[in-house]
Design a protein around this ligand. Structure first.
Ligand code: ZN
Length: 198
């Protein structure tokens, strides 16, 4: 026998498919949503749809933005010859929060993982190589220090070095397996300052 009505079950099912939401949290959220006034639910649903329809990848660095070019790429005050490669937009945000990095970024949207069947063509690598046709002095690889992050860093460095572009890797101040987005700003800056050439 089903515990709840079909509509509630469907809502719980959809919510529990989101990252970090287990079945219990999904139930709590579902009941919270149902208790909310209808206009608030409409606003929330509208905001989600609006974000989905209006947010896209920056045409240069592939971070999420609502314009053709993100504010960082559009900023002529940034050093466009220095590209930091990160796995996702959250990692970009973590480095941006330090306020000290003056270069631009490239967002891969993932990392190479043979275990999960994610290969080089599944992340924004081709797009990175395309950008290197312009005048680039250094590529800083700031992927996570997980197995996937290290595999990706190695792969990228092998790909780029023959092009004569300097490739560096952020220092290991970042704990092994640590996600960049959870690391404090001092550690991030130390990792950036202590980067080593590959
Ligand atoms: Zn951009």
């Amino acid at each position: 026998m089903e515990l709840y009505s079909g509509h509630i079950n469907k809502l719980i099912e959809e919510l529990s498919a989101l990252p970090g939401i287990g079945n219990k949290s999904a139930q709590r959220l579902a009941f919270h949503l149902i208790d909310m006034p209808e206009d608030k639910v409409k606003r929330l649903a509208g905001t989600i749809l609006d974000a989905k329809q209006n947010i896209r990848y920056c045409s240069r660095c592939y971070t999420l933005t609502d314009r053709e070019t993100c504010p960082i790429c559009a900023n002529q005050g940034r050093n466009h010859k220095l590209i930091m490669v990160v796995e996702n937009s959250r990692d970009l945000a973590a480095y941006e929060k330090t306020g000290r990095y003056e270069g631009v970024y490239h967002v891969l949207h993932g990392a190479i993982s043979p275990m999960l069947g994610i290969g080089p063509s599944d992340i924004k690598l081709k797009e990175l190589l395309q950008r290197l046709k312009e005048d680039v002095e250094e590529v800083i690889i700031a992927t996570n220090s997980s197995l996937e992050g290290e595999t990706t860093a190695m792969y990228i460095s092998k790909l780029i070095k023959p092009l004569g572009v300097k490739v560096t890797r952020i220092a290991s101040g970042v704990p092994v397996g640590g996600d960049l987005e959870y690391i404090d700003e001092v550690t991030l800056l130390r990792a950036l300052d202590g980067r080593i050439e590959l």
